[in-house]
Design a protein around this ligand. Structure first.
Ligand SMILES: Cc1cc2nc3c(=O)[nH]c(=O)nc-3n(C[C@H](O)[C@H](O)[C@H](O)COP(=O)(O)OP(=O)(O)OC[C@H]3O[C@@H](n4cnc5c(N)ncnc54)[C@H](O)[C@@H]3O)c2cc1C
Length: 366
C-alpha cells in the first residue's frame, strides 16, 4: 500500500453510491483507501435498462480506478474493525485515522466489470428468447423491470407476482394505484397478495405455483426481491452495539456513529429515518466529505461547531416506467407520465452521476 507522508488516513468501506463518492472527493485531501469486494462502482438505477439494452451498462458500470486515481483500492470484504484498523477477508490490515462505513447492501455480483457487463448480455438473451416472463417482487426493481420489458418488447407477456397488497409499498397508495393502471394498460398481469416459494424455483420450470394455489406459466423468471443489508459482518465486531434491531448503524446528525468521533456511516446502512435511496446516499456522502475536510484541516475537537448536520429527506421518489414515462411521489403530490419521465427515464441520471464522479458523461475508456 502506498504511504502519503503527513496525510490523514481515511478508509472507506463499500464502493457503492455513497462510499465511491466519498473516496473520489477526498482523494487529494487525505490518504484514501477504498475497500470493496468488486473492482467497480455500479449506478444501480441503470441496471434494469441494462437488461433490455446491455450497452447501457458500459457507462453505468465504472471501474473504481477510473475515478479514484490517487487512492488505494483493496478488492475484498471488510470482516473486522477495531478503533484504528480494518481487517479484510484477504488478510489486509489497514490502519485509519477516520473510517467511513458505506456497506449498504450485500450483492452477489461478479468481481470484474467485464463479467458484470456479460451478465447484462445474458439477461438480455434470456428476455429476448422468452415469450412470457415472470417477475417476482413488485417493489421499485420489479416494477421498473416489468416496465422496461413492456415498453421495449410489447409482444412479450409479463407477469408480476407480489406478496404485498399493493405495488411500490415504499411510496403512497396513489402512486401504487396509478402504476398498476399504467402497467395493466401495457398488458402486464399483476398478481397481488401471492408469493412464489423460492426454495422450489428452478430455471426452465415454466409452470409456477403461487401461494394461493394459482399457476403462472412463464418461459423464464427474474427475482426482484430486496437484498440483505451489508452489516452482518459488524455483528461480531466491537461495533455490534452500534447496530439497531434491523441491523442498521445508529448515527448522529453529523453522520458519525453514535458516541464515536472518528467513525462515520452513510447510505442505506444507516438508521436515518427516510427512504433508502441513492440520492439520499449521495447527500450523506457530501456531508461527510465536508465534515472530514473540516476535521482534517482544523483538528477533531476545535472543529465540532463547524461540522455540517444532515436533515432526513422528505418522502420523494421517481420510479421510471420505460424510456419516457415515470411515476413520481412528491411530498404533496403524485404524478405519472411524461413529466416525471422527462426528469429520469431517458438517461436515468447516468450522465449526471458520471459527472459527479469526475468522469465524462458519455465517453468511456476501456
Ligand atoms: C435495482 C435498483 C434500482 C434503484 N433505483 C434507484 C433510483 O432510481 N433512485 C434512487 O435514489 N435509488 C435507487 N436505488 C437505491 C440505491 O441504489 C441505494 O439507495 C444506494 O445504492 C445506496 O447506496 P450505498 O452506498 O449506501 O449502498 P450500496 O450502493 O448498496 O453499496 C454498498 C457497497 O458496499 C459493498 N460492501 C458490502 N459489504 C461489504 C463489506 N463487508 N466490505 C466492503 N464492502 C462491502 C458492496 O459491494 C457495495 O459496493 C435502487 C436500487 C436498486 C438495487
Amino acid at each position: 500500500m502506498e504511504e502519503q507522508a503527513g496525510k490523514k488516513k481515511v478508509v472507506v468501506l463499500g464502493g457503492g453510491v455513497a462510499g465511491s463518492l466519498v473516496a473520489k472527493s477526498l482523494q487529494f485531501h487525505a490518504q484514501v483507501t477504498l475497500i470493496d469486494p468488486k473492482e467497480y462502482f455500479e449506478i444501480t438505477w441503470a441496471s434494469l435498462r441494462s437488461m433490455v439494452e446491455p450497452s447501457f451498462a458500459e457507462r453505468s458500470v465504472i471501474n473504481h480506478r477510473d475515478y479514484l486515481i490517487n487512492g488505494n483500492i483493496i478488492t475484498s470484504n471488510a470482516v473486522d474493525v477495531t478503533e484504528t484498523e480494518v481487517l479484510t477477508a484477504d488478510g489486509h490490515r489497514i490502519a485509519f485515522d477516520y473510517l467511513v462505513i458505506a456497506t449498504g447492501h450485500a450483492d452477489y455480483v461478479p468481481i470484474n466489470r467485464r463479467e458484470r457487463l456479460d451478465q447484462f448480455k445474458d439477461a438480455n438473451k434470456k428476455i429476448k428468447s422468452a415469450n412470457s416472463i415472470m417477475i417476482i417482487g413488485g417493489g421499485p426493481t420489479g416494477v421498473e423491470l416489468a416496465a422496461e420489458i413492456a415498453v421495449d418488447f410489447p409482444d412479450k407477456k409479463v407477469i408480476i407476482v407480489h406478496k404485498g397488497p399493493r405495488l411500490l409499498d415504499f411510496v403512497g397508495p396513489k402512486a401504487a394505484e396509478k402504476t398498476l393502471k399504467w402497467l395493466e394498460s401495457k398488458k402486464v398481469v399483476v398478481k397481488l397478495e401471492q408469493s412464489i416459494d423460492l426454495d422450489e424455483l428452478t430455471e426452465g420450470q415454466k409452470r409456477y405455483r403461487t401461494s394461493n394455489g394459482e399457476f403462472v406459466e412463464a418461459d423464464c423468471y427474474f427475482l426482484c426481491s430486496g437484498k440483505p443489508l451489508g452489516s452482518a459482518w459488524l455483528e461480531e465486531t466491537m461495533m455490534k452495539h452500534d447496530l439497531d434491531d434491523d441491523g442498521r448503524i445508529k448515527v448522529d446528525e453529523r453522520l458519525r456513529v453514535n458516541g464515536r468521533t472518528n467513525i462515520f456511516a452513510i447510505g442505506d446502512i444507516t438508521d436515518i429515518p427516510e427512504l433508502k435511496q441513492g440520492f439520499a446516499a449521495q447527500q450523506h456522502a457530501e456531508v461527510v466529505v465536508k465534515n472530514l475536510k473540516v476535521i482534517i484541516d482544523g483538528g477533531r475537537e476545535c472543529s465540532q461547531c463547524r461540522m455540517e448536520t444532515y436533515k432526513p429527506q422528505f418522502v420523494m421518489a421517481i420510479v421510471s416506467l420505460g424510456r419516457r414515462e415515470a411515476v413520481a411521489q412528491l411530498p404533496l403530490l403524485t404524478i405519472i407520465g411524461r413529466v416525471p419521465g422527462f426528469l429520469k427515464s431517458g438517461d436515468l441520471f447516468v450522465g449526471r452521476t458520471r459527472k459527479q464522479m469526475g468522469l465524462h458523461p458519455d465517453i468511456v475508456h476501456d
